[in-house]
Structures are given as structure tokens and as C-alpha cells.
Design a protein around this ligand. Structure first.
Ligand SMILES: [Fe+2]
Ligand SMILES: [Fe+2]
Length: 293
């Protein structure tokens, strides 16, 4: 832990998009629910962009083990289609970090593509790691969950995939109940004096710093921004495969989008070093190399 040195460090990865051999599986094997996702994979080039993802994922995880981080965070889209084989493979790969209490993972929209509300594949497979230090605040399955890290950090994990049917292909939503519960978590006495990191797959803005449908798509983006502004908090998110950091200003806190950590040619992640929610520096890393910038 670096907390004793006055600076804490969080490693932020996202959008791993582990995929199985979809090229060899029938288009109909994923049913009507997975049809748009299969079209995106085969017809829009996503399968090729994540070709060989297993090897990049293994290299990434090996590198994550070596980081002297206080905690590691994965902000969703661990899989291409939310198939249990994909989600299971990622969980297995991350298990040593998860079981050591070094890592926190939330779901993304891709983790729902072939899922059903009854199956909740992500929650079933990651169940041992979705626990909360404030379980009484969970209002939607395990969300929001709170993890207290060391003496100075708190993580608030959200599920921004609360939309129905195929709309998760286009938009995300946290919902009022989850936002209210997250507000209660941030105001909780056990979080006083800690820097809170809010984890959401969808972020409130895109690379431009403004809302856009492709890179954000979060229907309650304004409410999430309000929530983060009111507290000593930093927002870590995924979904956009661009990697960007919007520094805190007088109107909003630090917003950090991890980008995809495994997309071919765009791999990377952030190492976030901070004294508190304002005094923060984020450094982009590429797997196998030192800082990218
Ligand atoms: Fe993604
Ligand atoms: Fe996404």
C-alpha cells in the first residue's frame, strides 16, 4: 500500500471484451436477444478488432499483478456478448486479484447482450466479489456496493445497464433508486475523510467533454454529474473505447474514461495517483511499455 507514503494509487482498466469463437458458432446460437450483438461482431468489425484478445488479456493481467497499486478497477464490458463462457473465462483469469481483495469489477452493457433479467450471468459468476461494506444500501441486486480500501479510499460500484430489451445496445441508465442509494453511500459516516471513486460503465460525457450518444449514452448523465459534484469524489468509467481524462475544474470533478484495455492497437489503462479527490494525476500506460504519455 502506498497510502502510508501519502499518495494512493489506483489502476483503472476497462472494456476487456473477452470473446469466444463466435466465428465458428451459428448466428442463431445466441437467439433473438443476441442478434444485434452478433451483427455488430460479424458485420461491423468488432470480432476482428478483438481478434486474439485472450493473449492481450493474459498479458494485461500479468502486468496488473506487478503494479504496486492500492486497488485495481475494471469498469465493465468484460465480455463481447455476456455469454457465460466469456464471463467465466474473465472471472477465472482475474480470480487471484479478486480473491486477494485487490480488484473490483462492475458490469457493462456488453455483459447483458445475451443475458436475461432472470439469469443475471455477470452477477452469478462474479457473486463472491460483489460484496459491500455497506450492504444495507444495495437497492438493485448488489448495487450500489461500497468497498473501503485502506484508510483513505472508498469505491462505490454502480450498474449503468438498467434498461430493458435491446435498448442496452444504445443507452445506459442508473435509475433514481440507485442514484439515491449512491448519494446515501457518499454521505455515510464511514466514508467521511475518504476519497470516493464512483465506478460506472457509462460515463456522463464523451471525449469532447460534452454528452454524446456514442461515447456516453447515459440517460441520467446529468444526475450522475450532480452526484459526483456534491461530494469529494472522482468518477471512473468505461464504455467509450477512447481513453480520456477530464480534469477537475470549478464545475465538475475528475472524470476518467479508461478506454478499452484490450482492443487491438488501442490497448491501455490508467494509473491514477492522488492525495485526495482534487490533487490527482492520471498516467496512461500501454501493456508491455512504460507510460504512453
Ligand atoms: Fe466496450
Ligand atoms: Fe459498453
Amino acid at each position: 500500500m502506498n497510502i502510508f507514503a501519502g499518495v494512493a494509487r489506483i489502476v483503472h482498466v476497462s472494456d476487456l471484451h473477452q470473446q469466444v469463437d463466435w466465428g465458428r458458432r451459428s448466428f442463431f446460437s445466441t437467439g433473438w436477444r443476441g442478434a444485434p450483438g452478433r451483427f455488430e461482431l460479424h458485420g461491423m468489425g468488432r470480432l476482428a478488432r478483438f481478434e486474439g484478445v485472450q493473449a492481450r488479456l493474459e498479458q494485461l493481467v500479468e502486468e496488473l499483478h506487478a503494479h504496486a497499486a492500492d486497488h485495481l478497477v475494471v469498469t465493465g464490458d468484460v465480455s463481447a456478448l455476456g455469454h457465460e463462457d466469456e464471463v467465466g473465462q474473465v472471472e477465472e483469469l482475474l480470480r487471484p486479484l479478486l480473491s486477494a481483495g485487490r480488484m473490483t469489477v462492475i458490469p457493462g452493457n456488453h455483459d447483458r447482450y445475451t443475458d436475461t433479467p432472470a439469469a443475471r450471468v455477470f452477477e452469478r459468476i462474479f457473486a463472491p466479489w460483489l460484496t459491500s461494506d455497506l450492504p444495507e444500501l444495495a437497492v438493485d441486486g448488489p448495487y450500489p456496493f461500497v468497498r473501503l480500501v485502506g484508510d483513505s479510499v472508498a469505491l462505490v460500484g454502480l450498474d449503468s445497464t438498467r434498461v430493458s430489451g435491446w435498448s442496452h445496445y444504445f443507452v445506459g441508465r442508473l435509475g433514481q433508486r440507485q442514484l439515491d442509494a449512491a448519494r446515501a453511500a457518499l454521505a455515510h459516516p464511514r466514508l467521511v475523510g475518504r476519497t470516493a471513486f464512483i465506478l460506472s460503465h457509462h460515463g456522463p460525457v464523451g471525449p469532447s467533454g460534452r454528452f454524446d450518444w456514442i461515447h456516453s449514452g447515459l440517460l441520467d448523465a446529468a444526475a450522475l454529474l450532480d452526484l459526483v459534484k456534491e461530494h469529494p469524489a472522482v468518477l471512473l468509467h468505461g464504455h467509450s473505447h477512447e481513453r480520456f481524462w477530464h480534469r477537475a475544474d470549478h464545475q465538475r470533478p475528475h472524470l476518467i474514461g479508461a478506454g478499452s484495455s484490450t482492443e487491438k492497437g488501442r490497448e491501455g489503462y490508467w494509473v491514477v495517483e492522488f492525495d485526495d479527490h482534487r490533487a490527482l494525476e492520471a498516467h496512461a500506460y500501454m501493456p508491455g511499455r512504460k507510460r504512453a504519455r
